[in-house]
Each structure stands twice: as structure tokens, then as C-alpha cells.
Design a protein around this ligand. Structure first.
Ligand code: GDP
Length: 414
């Protein structure tokens, strides 16, 4: 379903591979696919896992695709999941997988006993039947809701594991004078956004439900919080990745940060609880180095060391948000860009392969958020990763791109 899009992001070193959340498109409708099967619950028995996965899907999804194994027939686990799905008010489309050829269609019938609508025969490995299934899926999509905020509003997602101090940070930031706050229902069922302005800049904190008042539902489990964070990232411009200074970075922080990067959002790393760390003159430097080593693809993200408790450096957060947001929108004039690239090529000649040399004809910026540059070249495959890195570094040295990813696309000149 997610097809080649996965391949595009996967050649990025250091970015997580076990994705549970991917973008897809069918008949011009864009949507996100959550693979709840990719959500592992450690040592729990299968039935417990399946129940937890189904509960997640029920909470988070607009449409549920219930996949069963056509070769195994209806199992008690299928029945169990079907019962859970029944009790939800979400539309369910039943896909019977591993039906690799039409001779196997008779195996569909027993799945009617699950009490769902028509079972759709599919073959994930052969890519069969997906079209019909997706047609059905998008019939159930909700009306597209437009974002209620103006273009100048900076949408901030504050993400991080439970207990890193997100709610404390939000409270401390909103507690500052000169901040005017209002709650706005977010675009998803139980999301609450918090709008405020400071120094004439409008901001929205995306999905602060449960952050300001200690939440009941919010982050009931860590797995749930990942999905929730990913949705918030989707709707944001700037992502604050909050890390607990006492614990340092853990695997899950990396996953979420990686997603923010892949989604092309501006990113700031906020190390909270800095007050609680025993420090000497090397602590800050060492902590920074460690973060840089572990988040190789996020070298552009500024790191702020703050404390929600003592308010140390908290006043630097919003100015930094504003700055990276500006960089996220930066447009470089074409002539300036091409001059820079010519200088760069003179300094470090383009790569060759089998006697052919990459030739860059011209460069143009095609998008912002994030800044995206198309290099028109003789042979796009000659643009090697290392040269792309070099060009990115030159762009970063020359222009102000702190906090924002940059996309470089090599395209064949016609
Ligand atoms: P959340 O789950 O990410 O929203 O985290 P909370 O804001 O609820 O904070 C979790 C715990 O960390 C609470 O006990 C807070 O009092 C504490 N905490 C939050 N920020 C700081 C900080 O800057 N320094 C210290 N020492 N404790 C903090």
C-alpha cells in the first residue's frame, strides 16, 4: 500500500527502519497507514498483543483494515479482535490475505462468520486485490477538515516520552506574562490545541490535551503516545523534541525525532530538567556531543538546555521556535544560489562514475517548509550521497538553515 515511498526515505542512514506509520495515497486521497502489527509489546502472549493492537487501532484510526490469514481460516484470535472491533464505532474493512490466486477464493466464505461486510481477497506479497480494498477504505474517510489557523501561525508539536516534562514546560511557557491563551478543539476527536501569542507572533501548541491538566487518556501507554506524537508532528511546523536530561536519549526518542526529520519539519531538541543534573565544566559539552553522535541526521537541530522547574533558559524557547520557523521558510534567490553552487563545484569537483562526470546545469529552489532544491544535472544517478551531503553543507554554511532539514533533488535536464 505504501509502495515506493518507503524506499525513498529508507536510504537515509541512521533513520529508523521499523516504521509503524507511513504515508500513502489512493485516488488522490492522502492518508497515513499505521501498522499496529509493527507495535511490539515485548514478551506478552499473542492474544494480549492482538487485543492491545486492536485497541490502539480503534482509538487512533478513522478506518480499520482488519487483516486475517486466508490460509489459516478463522482463528479464535480473529474472533476476539472482531468482537473488539464490533464494539467500536469505527468502520472496518476486512482483508483476507494470502489469497494469491483466484482458485483460492472459496476460502473467503468462512470469513463471513466474522460478521463484517464483504471480505476482500488480497495478496500482500503479490500485490493483488489491494485496489478494491482501498476503494472501500476511502469510502469511509471523513470529510477533509481544513486547519483553522492562519498561515503566519507557527504550529508547535511538543513531543517526548511520558515524564520528560512536557506538561511542566507547557505550563511554564504559558504561565509567562504577555501570553494570551485559548483552547481550540484539534482536528481529531480528542485533541485540544492551545493557541497563544507573544510579541505579536501567533503560536499554536498542537494537541496539548492532557498536557496542561494531567491527562487520563493521554499517554496511557508509551505506544499510544508514539502514535499520538506522530499525528501531532504531521500537523506542526516546528517540533520540539523534549528529552529528560537525567535519562539522556533513549531509542524511542530517536524514533520520534527521526520521524520529525523525515516529515520535513523544523526541529529543536529541548533538554529539560537541566537543573537536576550534576554539572562540571564539561557536562554541557559532553551531553551535546552524545546527542549529536546519536542523532546524526539531526545535526541541524539546535539544542536548548532548560528547566521547567527553575525556568532556566525557558525564555529562549519561543525566540528559537520563531528563528527555525523563519529558516524553514527561507527562499534563496536563484542567482545567489547558482553562484554559490558554482563556487562549491570549483572547490570540490563533481563526482565521476565509469568515465562520466556529474554536470550541474542549474539549481532552483522549488519549495519551502522544508527548503527544497532541484539540481538539474546530466545524469541524476551520478549525484552520490556524499556529494549531496557536501552540497547540503555548503548550503548550510552559506545560508541560515539552522533547525530545518533541506531536501536536495537531482533531476535530469531535458
Ligand atoms: P510529561 O509527562 O512529559 O508531561 O511530564 P511532566 O511535566 O508531568 O513532568 C514529569 C515529572 O518531572 C514531574 O514530577 C515534574 O515535576 C518533573 N519535572 C518536569 N520538569 C522538570 C524540570 O525542569 N526539573 C525537574 N527537576 N523536574 C521536572
Amino acid at each position: 500500500m505504501i509502495g515506493e515511498r518507503v524506499a525513498i526515505v529508507e536510504d537515509m542512514p541512521g533513520v529508523t527502519r521499523d516504521r509503524i506509520y507511513s504515508k500513502a495515497e489512493w485516488l488522490n486521497r492522502e492518508f497515513n497507514v499505521i501498522d499496529t502489527g509493527g507495535i511490539e509489546l515485548g514478551e506478552e502472549p499473542l492474544l494480549v498483543q492482538m487485543r492491545a493492537q486492536a485497541e490502539l487501532a480503534i482509538k487512533e484510526a478513522d478506518v480499520i483494515i482488519f487483516i486475517v490469514n486466508g490460509r489459516e481460516g478463522v482463528t479464535s484470535a480473529d474472533q476476539e479482535v472482531a468482537n473488539l472491533l464490533f464494539r467500536s464505532d469505527k468502520p472496518v474493512v476486512l482483508g483476507v490475505n494470502k489469497i494469491d490466486n483466484p482458485d483460492m477464493h472459496e476460502q473467503l466464505y468462512e470469513f463471513y462468520s466474522l460478521g463484517m461486510d464483504t471480505p476482500y481477497p488480497i495478496s500482500g506479497s503479490h500485490g493483488l486485490g489491494l485496489g478494491d480494498l482501498l476503494d472501500k477504505v476511502i469510502e469511509h474517510f471523513p470529510e477533509e477538515v481544513s486547519d483553522p489557523y492562519g498561515d503566519d501561525t507557527i504550529r508547535i508539536a511538543l513531543i517526548g516520552r511520558p515524564n520528560v516534562g512536557k506538561s511542566s514546560l507547557v505550563n511554564a511557557m504559558l504561565g509567562e506574562e504577555r501570553v494570551i491563551v485559548s483552547d481550540i478543539p484539534g482536528t481529531t476527536r480528542d485533541a485540544i490545541d492551545t493557541a497563544f501569542s507573544q510579541d505579536e507572533q501567533e503560536y499554536v501548541l498542537i494537541d496539548t490535551a492532557g498536557m496542561r491538566k494531567r491527562g487520563k487518556v493521554y499517554e496511557a501507554t508509551e505506544k499510544y503516545s508514539v502514535l499520538r506524537s506522530l499525528k501531532a508532528i504531521e500537523r506542526s511546523n516546528v517540533v520540539l523534541v523534549v528529552i529528560n536530561a537525567e535519562e539522556g536519549l533513549i531509542e524511542q526518542d530517536k524514533k520520534i525525532a527521526g520521524y520529525a526529520h523525515e516529515a520535513g519539519r523544523a526541529v529543536i531538541i529541548v533538554v529539560n530538567k537541566w537543573d537536576a543534573v550534576k554539572k562540571d565544566d564539561k557536562t554541557l559539552q559532553n551531553f551535546t556531543q552524545k546527542l549529536r553522535d546519536e542523532l546524526l541526521y539531526l545535526t541541524y537541530a539546535p539544542i536548548l538546555f532548560v528547566s521547567a522547574k527553575t525556568k532556566q533558559r525557558l525564555h529562549t524557547v519561543l525566540p528559537m521556535v520563531q528563528k527555525v520557523s523563519e529558516n524553514h521558510h527561507l527562499r534563496v534567490p536563484t542567482n545567489v544560489l547558482n553562484d554559490m553552487v558554482m563556487d562549491a563545484v570549483a572547490m570540490n569537483p563533481t563526482p565521476t562514475d565509469k568515465g562520466r562526470r556529474l554536470k550541474i546545469n542549474y539549481v532552483t529552489q522549488v519549495a519551502v517548509e522544508p527548503p527544497t532544491f532541484v539540481f538539474f544535472v546530466n545524469e541524476p544517478e551520478l549525484m552520490h550521497f556524499s556529494y549531496e551531503r557536501f552540497l547540503e553543507n555548503r548550503l548550510r554554511d552559506t545560508f541560515e538553515f539552522e533547525g530545518t532539514p533541506i531536501k536536495i533533488i537531482a533531476r535530469k535536464k531535458n
